[in-house]
Design a protein around this ligand. Structure first.
Ligand SMILES: Nc1ncnc2c1ncn2[C@@H]1O[C@H](COP(=O)(O)OP(=O)(O)OP(=O)(O)O)[C@@H](O)[C@H]1O
Ligand SMILES: Nc1nc2c(ncn2[C@@H]2O[C@H](COP(=O)(O)O)[C@@H](O)[C@H]2O)c(=O)[nH]1
Length: 215
């Protein structure tokens, strides 16, 4: 097999839906940004939300910020892969170009909660990889939510109140990583992504190459 054919065979696999979930403040956005900054082969699935933007958040980059009427319209037109109520707002994964890009081998990163994870897994078990990030302690989780300096006291209180309920869904995930040291957590998440890409059942493009090796 010529080298270029081998290369395309290696790349010929469906894209991954790589999901990071955690209680709010455990650090999944931080880890997501590190992953997107270091790995050119994965793109963020930008969610749609009715939550108002935080300082520094850019429409179309961090979220698509919409009002309730626009979100309703998208639900009616079946524009979402999944959507859920989280902390009094609605969040959803738009279908957009994801479906076709996955077929072409593009990997996507999803920063979504357990409800969205469940919905994506029901729709597409083959491509979904579920990673849950835990904080090292509840006290540290609260410290991180405060240190972010983005939310008023009542929002922090609501997120802390929901944290234990969210953690209770940890056993619906394929991998669980504790985010104590951010670099070490990032390394572990990167290793999971690399290993999942190499899973034999995803490497259908390699079949002709392996047959030739065995001939
Ligand atoms: N390992 C770590 N040690 C100390 N601080 C951290 C660590 N990981 C993340 N942080 C900090 O904790 C805060 C919360 O992190 P981040 O916003 O990534 O959480 P999140 O899980 O994405 O929350 P949300 O679900 O609300 O978006 C940020 O200020 C971030 O810089
Ligand atoms: N089910 C979905 N959950 C989502 C989506 N986008 C984000 N989220 C989750 O919401 C909370 C709060 O996020 P924040 O940015 O307001 O702090 C967090 O757990 C996200 O993972 C989505 O499209 N679907």
């Amino acid at each position: 097999m010529a080298e270029s054919t081998l290369q395309s065979a290696t790349l010929a696999r469906r894209g991954l839906m790589f999901i990071l979930s955690s209680p709010s403040g455990a650090g999944k956005t931080t880890i997501s940004r590190m992953l997107l900054g270091s790995d050119d082969e994965i793109k963020l699935s930008v969610s749609v939300t009715t939550r108002p933007p935080r300082a520094g958040e850019v429409d179309g980059v961090h979220y698509y910020f919409v009002d309730d009427a626009e979100f309703d319209r998208m639900v009616e037109e079946d524009d979402f892969y999944e959507w859920a109520h989280v902390f009094g707002h609605r969040y959803g994964t738009p279908k957009g170009r994801i479906r076709n890009a996955l077929k072409e081998g593009q990997d996507f990163l999803f920063d979504i909660d357990w409800q969205g994870t469940q919905q994506l897994f029901q729709k597409d078990q083959q491509d979904v990889v579920r990673v849950f990030i835990l904080p090292p302690s509840i006290a540290e989780l609260e410290r991180r939510l405060r240190s972010r300096n983005t939310d008023p006291e009542e929002v922090i209180a609501a997120r802390m109140e929901r944290a234990r309920a969210e953690i209770s869904h940890w056993d619906a995930y394929d991998y669980v990583v504790i985010n104590e040291d951010v670099d070490s957590c990032f390394d572990k998440v990167s290793e999971i992504l690399d290993a999942e890409r190499m899973k034999r059942q995803r490497q259908t493009g390699l079949i002709p190459f392996v047959r030739e090796l065995m001939a």
